[in-house]
Ligand binder design. Sequence first.
Ligand code: 5RP
Length: 222
Amino acid sequence: MDTKRIAAERAVDYIQDGMVVGLGTGSTAYWAIQKLGLKVQEGLRIKAIATSIQSEELARELGVSLVSFSEMNEIDITIDGADEVDQELNLIKGGGGALLREKIVAAASKQLIVIVDESKLVKRLGAFPLPVEIVPFGHEVTIKKLYDLGCEPRLRQINNETYITDNSNYIVDCHFGHIEDPQQLHNKLNLIPGVVDNGLFVNMTSRVVVGYQGGEISELEK
Ligand code: 5RP
């Protein structure tokens, strides 16, 4: 059973004609974009804004019409994945490296619908290392300050090369273990000079659609 796919396709049912839609990033969001593309080919009229170059390219290939923030300033619904979802519907995001654009798009959205398989549901955030986007200049000292906050920071590498985000920044994956107070940690991280943003999404989620191995789907609301 493709648990990510069933959750993604269910979330697309919330998209109506005329909406501006935020497109998430990752293997779950992939299925939402595919389904939206199909609906567009069947006549659904939407405009979309993507959270990564990868999602933008996929949407374009499928014939989804794309807009930028210069053409509109509010998004009706964003559909995006997550790495962890806690009981308050707070999230860790950024496993795919797109956390900054994802947060900008989520913050501009009337509703954020999160799509996950059951493995992403946790009691408390933090087993998944928290991605933090930092600027390359002075990254050594920024990483030291992340360490001083009580985590084990790892500069993200892909194929032995430092990973570069769509915004030309670096990602540091921060192993905090359990995060007691996501809002407080979020604020502390974003006060460090050199940190652009972090993967904690606190009080941003409107709804979570969860796909289960048996084919069931559940929906969680705040
Ligand atoms: C990308 C993200 C993704 O939403 C998150 O990593 C989940 O990915 P997937 O759907 O592939 O499990 O935050 O920056």
